[in-house]
Design a protein around this ligand. Structure first.
Ligand code: UDP
Length: 403
């Protein structure tokens, strides 16, 4: 499997990865998050764990269990950290802790390095036994609700290190902090090359016409992804350019708001025959791949965004992406070079039309985007970074860390 990255990933990343794999051979690396399906974290872990194992590391992925009340609370925490004025009460935090405590009884927390993803399992640090504990934050912390972020910080401060996706999300919490951007796997079902037949199969299944350009957004149904804004922009574009809109999303088990948002989107689309709202089952990777490869323009019109894997996914397929200028999206889209950053519905509509009317420019941007992703956002680079951080934590205090 590792050989499959030769000729795709940068050589330097692969070399360093192998060296780190040798240094950390047979050591154990535990990842814990709150869902196996839906959203960027699960997407990455699914691919990363087998690669780590192939490198000789004993990697394990555990998912904490919670009831609907727990996920209501953690969604509130998530929304507050992304800036919504939510009231997370002391009782809610107590329940959050209680669910973490129950999970700590069930999950073996023994490992040499433990990476805890996001706030849901953050309180597991209270049950630390050994190893280096790292808190990995995938959320847009650019403007958090202070009270909620302060409360969460009580847990974060107890970790050995924290990792953020974007430097402006980091805040001084008195532990080592690192910036690591997420990544996509170029050989996964979501991102590999597809045959025309495979693409046709997807379009026939969903009965989406291909006679007009397709505008696409792939996202969980979440208000921060601004699906209504996408429809508004599409309606403006439609006055001038004939095209269709596809909004594709699937539920995540740790996101209880998905259904309500989906209903809002359906209502707003008002049975427009040119708007296709696809509620995809989990693991619809080939279908998403086919949609991304066929779209004329890919949008990620987020209002807040930790990173936005869908941006790199589309860029890898040679598509120019129009993205909200928030969170990790500006790390991926170089405005005017690999796509466009926008701040409004009007801006999105303007840029969609610009790309639809200039297919050549679109292709040029797409090609640049693919190369930018190759250099910066492939999974081999992210694993390299995680292993480097783990190794550096174990060699703390040394002036030079030799491999
Ligand atoms: N995704 C998916 N099915 C869907 C919607 C999204 O598989 O119906 C995937 C998408 O391709 C991407 C991930 O989920 O790999 C979303 O990650 P992103 O960072 O864009 O957003 P998040 O959901 O983590 O906020």
């Amino acid at each position: 499997m590792f050989d499959q990255y030769l000729g795709i990933s940068p050589k330097g990343d692969l070399l360093l990865l192998q060296m780190l794999g040798e240094k950390l051979n047979k050591r154990s690396f535990l990842h814990i998050n709150s869902t196996r399906e839906g959203g960027g974290v699960a997407e990455i872990l699914q691919r990363m764990i087998p690669i780590l194992n192939e490198l000789g590391i004993e990697a394990r992925w555990e998912v904490i269990e919670g009831d609907p009340n727990f996920f209501e609370i953690t969604k509130k925490i998530h929304n507050a950290l992304q800036g919504n004025p939510e009231d997370v009460t002391e009782d809610m935090w107590q329940y959050h802790f209680e669910v973490n405590r129950r999970n700590a009884e069930k999950i073996s927390l023994e490992a040499d390095a433990i990476l805890i993803h996001d706030p849901q399992p953050a309180a597991l640090i209270e049950f630390k036994k050994n190893g280096s504990w790292i808190w990995r934050c995938h959320i847009d912390l650019s403007n958090p609700h202070q009270k909620v972020s302060d409360y969460l910080c009580r847990y974060c401060q107890r970790y050995d290190a924290a990792i953020f996706s974007v430097s402006k999300f980091a805040r001084s919490i008195g532990i080592d902090e690192f910036i690591v951007s997420p990544s996509i796997d170029p050989i996964s079902e979501k991102n590999r090359a597809l045959t025309e037949d495979e693409i046709d199969e997807t379009f026939n299944k969903f009965q989406i016409p291909r006679d007009r350009p397709i505008i696409l957004q792939v996202s969980r149904f979440d208000r921060f992804k601004d699906p209504l804004g996408v429809i508004k922009a599409f309606r403006t574009v439609k006055k001038y350019n004939d095209c269709i809109l596809v909004l594709a999303g699937s539920p995540a088990t740790d996101d209880p708001e998905g259904e309500a948002v989906l209903n809002e989107v359906k209502e707003y689309a008002a049975n427009d025959p040119d708007i296709f709202i696809l509620l995809l089952p989990p693991f619809s990777d080939k279908d998403i791949n086919a949609l991304q490869r066929t779209a004329a323009v890919v949008l990620q019109k987020s209002l807040k965004e930790g990173f936005g894997l869908t941006v790199s996914e589309a860029m890898w397929k040679g598509k120019p992406v129009i993205g909200g200028a928030v969170g990790g999206i500006p790390l991926q889209i170089m405005h005017g070079v690999t796509g466009f950053l926008i701040h409004s519905v009007e801006g999105a509509a303007f840029r969609i039309r610009q790309l639809l009317n200039n297919p050549e420019m679109s292709n040029r941007m797409g090609e640049k985007g693919r190369e930018f992703v190759r250099k910066n956002f492939l999974i081999t680079r992210q694993i390299r970074d995680y292993l480097s951080i783990w190794y550096s934590l174990e060699n703390k205090g040394k002036n030079v860390i030799e491999l």
